[in-house]
Design a protein around this ligand. Structure first.
Ligand code: ACO
Length: 402
């Protein structure tokens, strides 16, 4: 990229680096990405092995504590998380006060902002036990809040958590159980959502994670930092892309399913038409998460008996892109969001729940990165400089002379 440099009196040389393309904001031992090779490791473990051999709470433990848990550590951690999944009645009232058409991301970020108001004993960034409590509370309450936000949008009564069913299974039950009946999610659904949450659990210094770190660098508490991250995630160029992909596929389907015509518009850069779910700042090769999701989408849709024409449209788009110079030259491949929405849709989630699901998955990553930052002696308050381009000093004229 273009680098503009300037000499500042106080600090010497500064460079302008739009989008921080060439700036590392920190040192980190959590997640490794090789964008050219399409490699993703959490704490050294390849994402495909984690996806196959672990559960989401194991990955949450790995990211936040540095090592995979033993069986005893995992059961103690799970038990502790499950003990905190319920929400205070006043807290439910807070969620209930939102209009039904409120976007669940607005509900989720507001509710996470409100948590320190209800749990003031868990806000000290420098006391390890307090931080552990805040970690557990966030992991525990995120699915309950997301499920409540989902029901709120449907005008349905909220259903409370029920311990011992499993983190993901109970989340799905809270979201989908019809009022007044007993309902268990299908095992295929539980496994698929667990997998998707693992794939979203961390992705080093992306937009929302950098936001969490910069907010936390002011010594703001974990909840305040994470709620800022949720808001960053809501944008369509970041976590909001999963929602945008489904809107795009819906539009293509409505207008007759012509993938070639849509790709022509993308390549002509018609009014900012982009192939949503394609391209990535770091991956210049197939996103390894997208490869896993693509396979899962095919399997899950078949297992749930929800064969979807939109999956065929998505595959056609990908096939065109993989053989088209526009995409080849720019190294644009499917990212994690390209196929996830189709699985969420098959599970029964409305489009506006897709990004909240991403947020539930990313929670361990945000927490781990915040914890690493707090414990890093090199951390300073995040305060970038600028290269000033405005007027030089001038005098203020009286209002009638302007
Ligand atoms: N469709 C069409 N063209 C694209 C796309 C796309 N999805 N992505 C990038 N390009 C083109 C750009 O127009 C640009 O072309 P040019 O050189 O002719 O001007 C070139 O590829 C480089 O793109 P940039 O926008 O400069 O790349 P950047 O690294 O800044 O952006 C981003 C990365 C935001 C992910 C981009 O690829 C994009 O908008 N993708 C669609 C949205 C999306 O899927 N976001 C999810 C990201 S993953 C995540 O958050 C989990």
């Amino acid at each position: 990229g273009v680098v503009v440099a300037s000499l500042l009196k106080e600090t010497g040389l500064v460079t302008v680096d739009p989008g921080f393309m060439n700036t590392a904001s920190c040192e980190s031992a959590i997640t490794y990405i090789d964008g050219d090779e399409g490699v993703l490791l959490y704490r050294g473990y390849p994402i495909d092995q984690l996806a196959e051999r672990t559960s989401f709470l194991e990955v949450a433990y790995l990211l936040t504590h540095g090592e995979l848990p033993s069986a005893d550590q995992l059961s103690a951690f799970t038990e502790r998380v499950e003990r905190h999944t319920h929400l205070h009645d006043n807290f439910k009232a807070l969620i209930g006060a939102f209009p039904e058409n409120a976007h669940p991301m607005a509900v989720l970020s507001s509710a996470v902002s409100a948590l320190p108001g209800y749990y003031p004993e868990s806000v000290d960034p420098f006391d390890p036990e307090t931080v552990e409590l805040a970690t557990v509370l966030l992991l525990a309450k995120a699915p309950t809040i997301a499920a409540y936000a989902h029901r709120r949008a449907l005008g349905q009564e909220m259903i409370g958590p029920d311990r011992g069913r499993g983190y993901v299974a109970d989340f799905l039950r809270m979201a989908f159980q019809p009022n007044g009946t007993i309902w268990e999610p299908d095992e295929t659904m539980v496994k698929a959502l667990d997998l998707l949450l693992i794939l979203h659990a961390d992705h080093e210094q992306n937009c929302s994670t950098s936001t969490v770190r910069i907010v936390g660098s002011s010594h703001a508490n974990l909840y305040a930092s994470v709620s800022a991250g949720i808001n960053a995630l809501s944008g369509p160029l970041h976590g909001g892309a999963n929602e945008a992909v489904l809107q795009m596929l819906t539009e293509i389907q409505r207008s007759g399913g012509d993938a070639t015509e849509f790709m022509r518009r993308v390549k002509n850069k018609e009014q900012g038409v982009r192939l949503m779910g394609f391209g990535h700042r770091v991956y210049k090769n197939y996103d390894p998460r997208a490869a896993i999701v693509k396979k899962a989408a095919d399997e899950v849709l078949s297992a749930l008996g929800k064969r979807d024409e939109m999956l065929d449209i998505a595959m056609r788009l990908e096939d065109i892109a993989l053989h088209d110079d526009y995409f080849i030259e720019r190294k644009l491949y499917p990212n994690v969001d390209f196929y996830t929405g189709l699985i969420y849709k098959a599970m029964g989630f409305p489009t506006q729940m897709f990004t909240p699901l991403f947020a539930v998955g990313r929670m361990p990553g945000w927490i781990a990165q915040w914890r690493e930052m707090v414990n890093d002696p090199a951390t300073k308050i995040g305060r970038p400089r600028q290269v000033y381009t405005g007027p030089t000093t001038r005098d203020v004229a009286p209002i009638d002379a302007r």
